[in-house]
Ligand binder design. Structure first.
Ligand SMILES: [Zn+2]
Length: 77
């Protein structure tokens, strides 16, 4: 029963989850700071913590803002 699956050659396995266009764009598009429109270079939110703490910590503490930034639900005041 399980024997058949075990012998299936690895090369014939279907791709598990082909990357969607959206997922790819998500990774390459620069993230923009909603407070000052600063574009983060590199992968994703690299450097947001230092940036936020230096510039916008008074607007909202980073610990509070980060989950919203990540989710894209942060609204600048
Ligand atoms: Zn900013």
């Amino acid at each position: 029963m399980a024997d058949k699956q075990d012998r299936m050659p690895a090369t014939k396995r279907p791709e598990r989850s082909p990357e969607s266009k959206e997922a790819r764009a998500e990774r390459t598009e620069p993230k923009i700071c909603p407070e000052c429109r600063h574009a983060f270079q590199g992968s994703g939110w690299d450097g947001i913590d230092a940036h936020w703490k230096a510039k916008h910590d008074k607007v909202m503490p980073y610990a509070e803002a980060w989950p919203m930034l990540k989710a894209g639900t942060y609204k600048a005041k």
